[in-house]
Design a protein around this ligand. Structure first.
Ligand code: FAD
Length: 347
C-alpha cells in the first residue's frame, strides 16, 4: 500500500488548481479512515454532480500513508487526497488542524468544507471557520441544494432548513447516519484518486495553541463501533450498577451488537462516557435498537430517532420510551435479560 502512495504522490501546488471544490476533513485510525469520514465524502458527493472532492488527512508516518491509500479508494467521488504528514499532527488537536484547514483553503479555494459531526469534526471545524471568518452550519442531515441544508433543532423535535448566504467556503458538519455509504461504493478499487503531500513549509512553528495532548485510552473490543453498528443494546439507570450492566454487555456479545448507555448510566459510573447515546452523546441509526431500563428522555431519543426498529423493556408502562418503541415489553429487565441470554444461541 505504502509503495502505491509514494508512486502516485503529486506536488500539492501543481495539483490543487485543477481540483475543486469540496474539501472533506477525514479522521483516521489504524491505517484507514473511519466510517463517518466516508459518510462525509458521501455527503459531499450529493452537493452537485460535477463537484470534485478532495479528502484532507493529517498525522504522522506509515499509518497515515496507509489511511491515505484507503481514502483514495473509499468512494468513487474522491478526486484527490491531500496528506499533511508531520509531527505537528501526531495527535488531532484543534489548533494545528484548524491552521492546516486555513492553509489548504487559501491554496485550494474550495466552495465547501465538510467534516463528520463527531468529536473530531466538532473540535476542528468551528475553529477553522473562525480562522476563515465564516459561520459553520452544523449537524446537517440533508443537503437540498449546495447552499440549502436541513438540520435538527430542539433535540431533534423540529427540523430547520438553513440557507447559507455567507462567504465562501460554506463549512458543514454532517450527521454520518444521514449519509450512509452504499456497500457498492465503499472501497471502490476501480477509483484510486491521486495522493498529494501538503507543502507545510509555510505552516510555521507556533501552531500548538493552548490545548495539549494528555493521553488516549481505547478498549480492545471485538464489538462493532457504536456509531455504525447494525444492532445496539443500551442500558439505562434501571440497571442500577456497573456489575449489573455486564448483562447488557453479554447480551450485546450474543447479538454481535454495540453497547450503548444513557447519560444517567454514564453519570452513575456504570460505563465510560464514550458509550453515551443521545443529544450530547453518539447519534445512532442501527437496524435494531434495544433499550433496557431506559425512560426515554427527550435528550436520549434525540440520538436514536433514525433507528429502524426500537425495542424497549421497562417496568413502567407509562415510560416515554414506549411512545417511540416498535416493540415494547412492560417487565423487569432482571428477569427479561437472563431469559434472553439463556434462549439466544452463542455466536
Ligand atoms: P431514568 O430516567 O432514571 O430511567 C430509568 C428507567 O429504568 C425508568 O423508566 C424505570 O422505570 C426503568 N427501570 C428501573 N428499574 C427497572 C427494571 N428492573 N426493569 C425495567 N425497567 C426498570 N441523556 C441521554 O441518555 N443522552 C444524552 O445525550 C443526554 N443529553 C442530555 C443533555 C442535556 C442538556 C440534559 C439536560 C440532559 C441530557 N440527558 C441525556 C439526560 C436525560 O435528560 C435523562 O436524564 C437520561 O436520559 C435518563 O436516563 P435513564 O433513562 O437511564 O434514567
Amino acid at each position: 500500500m505504502l509503495r502505491a502512495v509514494a508512486k502516485r504522490t503529486l506536488p500539492f501546488h501543481s495539483s490543487i488548481s485543477r481540483f475543486a471544490s469540496t474539501l472533506v476533513l477525514a479522521e483516521h485510525e489504524g491505517g484507514s479512515i473511519n466510517a463517518s469520514s466516508v459518510s462525509a465524502v458521501a455527503a459531499a458527493s450529493s452537493l452537485s454532480k460535477d463537484n470534485s472532492i478532495s479528502v484532507l488527512l493529517a498525522g504522522l508516518g506509515p499509518s497515515l500513508q496507509e489511511a491515505a491509500a484507503h481514502a483514495a479508494s473509499c468512494h468513487p467521488a474522491v478526486s484527490q487526497v491531500l496528506v499533511a504528514d508531520s509531527d505537528k499532527f501526531t495527535y488531532p488537536l484543534a489548533e494545528p488542524w484548524a491552521k492546516l484547514v486555513h492553509l489548504v483553503q487559501q491554496r485550494g479555494g474550495y466552495s465547501h468544507i465538510i467534516a463528520p459531526s463527531g468529536s473530531f469534526g466538532k473540535n476542528i471545524l468551528p475553529r477553522a471557520a473562525a480562522l476563515l471568518d465564516v459561520s459553520p452550519v452544523t449537524d446537517v442531515i440533508e443537503i437540498s441544494e449546495p447552499n440549502l441544508f436541513v438540520r435538527p433543532i430542539y433535540a431533534g423535535n423540529a427540523l430547520c432548513t438553513v440557507r447559507y448566504n455567507g462567504d465562501s467556503p460554506c463549512m458543514l458538519t454532517i450527521r454520518s447516519t444521514s449519509f450512509p455509504v452504499p456497500p457498492s461504493s465503499a472501497d471502490s478499487k476501480d477509483n484510486e484518486a491521486p495522493i498529494s503531500q501538503v507543502d507545510l513549509s509555510t505552516f510555521g512553528e507556533d501552531s500548538r495553541g493552548k490545548s495539549r495532548y494528555v493521553n488516549q485510552t481505547s478498549q480492545n473490543s471485538e464489538r462493532p463501533d457504536l456509531g455504525n453498528a447494525r444492532i445496539v443494546v443500551t442500558g439505562g439507570r434501571g440497571l442500577k450498577n456497573a456489575e449489573n450492566f455486564k448483562m447488557i454487555e453479554k447480551l450485546a456479545e450474543k447479538l454481535g451488537a454495540a453497547v450503548g448507555a444513557t447519560r444517567a448510566a454514564v453519570d452513575a459510573g456504570f460505563v465510560p462516557n464514550d458509550l453515551q447515546v443521545g443529544q450530547t452523546g453518539k447519534i445512532v441509526a442501527p437496524d435494531l435498537y434495544m433499550a433496557f431500563g431506559v425512560s426515554g428522555a427527550i435528550q436520549h431519543l434525540a440520538g436514536i430517532r433514525d433507528s429502524k426498529v426500537i425495542v424497549a423493556v421497562n417496568k413502567d408502562a407509562d415510560a416515554a420510551i414506549f411512545q417511540v418503541a416498535d416493540y415494547g415489553l412492560v417487565g423487569d429487565l432482571f428477569e427479561v435479560i437472563p431469559e434472553l441470554l439463556e434462549k439466544l444461541p452463542d455466536r
